[in-house]
Design a protein around this ligand. Sequence first.
Ligand code: IMP
Ligand code: MG
Length: 173
Amino acid sequence: MLKRLFSKQDISKTVKSLAKMIEKDFKDEEIVFVCLLKGSFMFTSDLVRCIKNTSRIDFMRVSSYGDAMRTKGKVNVLKDLEESVEGKNVIIVEDIIDSGFTLTHIKEMLKKRKPKTLKICALIDKRARREVVIEGDYVGFTIDDGFVVGYGIDYAEQYRNCPEICVVVENDE
Ligand code: IMP
Ligand code: MG
């Protein structure tokens, strides 16, 4: 069963406030948004539309979960960026920080490519199961635990098209 956690209005308000913070920090500089597929496709598309800076958008896909609900701690790059990020202001756009393995790995990888700045913008920071120390620079929602879906985020490839963010609950909860 799905229980609504964040409504369309909550999401829209949060995305706008993240955009405002990013615009304030980057003034009139160009930004390269790195959208981590697939989970952050919807978030990225809304976020970039709220930001007036000159922007480039690139995509990366890594595998961490498969179809299970638990992280494996192993990160494989399935699709890399198409453009160089050397000397660029890079913002990694992620749906959820959970154990932290995925973003730690991607951050290390991109750091080696010598960007001018490298930041993380995460829609949801899930705190309870963090295994490595990593913080988002721009964080939309903070939750403790629970498996969430919707707004691009899936459970076994389902529910990405749900316009709200929901938590998966057992039937008798
Ligand atoms: P981490 O490496 O454990 O931080 O995993 C982060 C990735 O796991 C995210 O990019 C999501 O794709 C996935 N993930 C973590 N928690 C959830 C969840 O509650 N629902 C759906 N995907 C999740
Ligand atoms: Mg993901």
